[in-house]
Structures are given as C-alpha cells and as structure tokens.
Design a protein. Structure first.
Length: 154
C-alpha cells in the first residue's frame, strides 16, 4: 500500500514539476518581450480597445435594462389584477369606508373570525395591494382606506 502511495506522489510531483517548468518558460519569454517598447505599446493599445468594447457592451446592457424597467412600469394589467379582491375583502373595505379607521379586533368581531391573526392577515393583504393605509397607535395597528392622498396620516 505504501509503495502505491509513493508512486502516485512521485507522478503528481512530476506532473506539477513539468507544469511549473512550462509556466516558468512562458514567464521568461514574456519578460524578454516586455523589454521591447513596441510590444508594450501594442499591449496598451489592445487593452484600450478592449476597454472601449467592454464599455460599449455595458452601455448596451444598461439601455436594455432601462427599456425593460420602463415596460414593466407601464403594465397596467398587472396593477389591475392585484386590485381584484374577494367578496369578503370588498365587504371589509366597505365597512372601513363607512366607519373610518379599524383594527384587527374590529374586523374579527364584525366578520366573526375565530382569531385576530386571520383578520390581521386580511387587512395586511389589502394594505399590500395599496387599498388601505396603516398606522400604529401604541400596540394597536389601525387601517383606513387609501384615498391616494400621500399627506394623510394616522
């Protein structure tokens, strides 16, 4: 067993040694080439051209991303789909419009939910759809209809 491990180690060392020698040869060759000013100038020219090509590509990508963003912003059907709500949510909205601010306990008792979490989840869903606004007063979170007035507060 030990003999096989030694053979594998020697083979690996030979392979690494050959790769190192090849790399060393390339480095020595490149070192000699860099002594020539024309070679350095050519490399700098190629580097500048590559940078121009990269910058052009980045500009194209940026323009395409801007077009995608503007197309996504102009998709009204997506906003309309998020505002399609269930019958119970419509009833909750109507109740809030009639009564002003409500909290999860109000919705729980009026719509006979077993727990406050279900009522709170409904209200949060309506808030996420942009139909309600919310504000905190102590430990209670109140919700009211979003009329589109950004200055409206709790």
């Amino acid at each position: 067993m030990i003999g096989q491990d030694r053979i594998v180690t020697v083979m690996t060392e030979d392979k690494i040694s050959k790769e190192y020698e090849a790399l060393l040869f390339d480095v020595k060759y490149d070192k000699e080439q860099f002594k020539d000013n024309a070679t350095i100038g050519l490399l700098l020219y190629r580097l500048a051209k590559e940078r121009e090509a990269s910058n052009s590509l980045f500009r194209e990508i940026g323009a395409k991303l801007d077009r995608i963003a503007s197309l996504l912003e102009r998709r009204p059907e997506q906003k309309e789909l998020t505002n399609i709500i269930s019958d119970i949510d419509q009833k909750i909205l109507a109740h809030i419009q009639r009564n002003g601010k409500v909290d999860a306990e109000d919705i729980q008792s009026i719509f006979q939910y077993r727990g406050k979490n279900a009522a709170s989840a409904r209200l949060n869903d309506l808030y996420e759809k942009g139909l309600l606004k919310k504000g905190r007063a102590g430990k209670k979170v109140f919700y009211w209809v979003n009329t589109g007035d950004a200055r409206q507060t709790g």
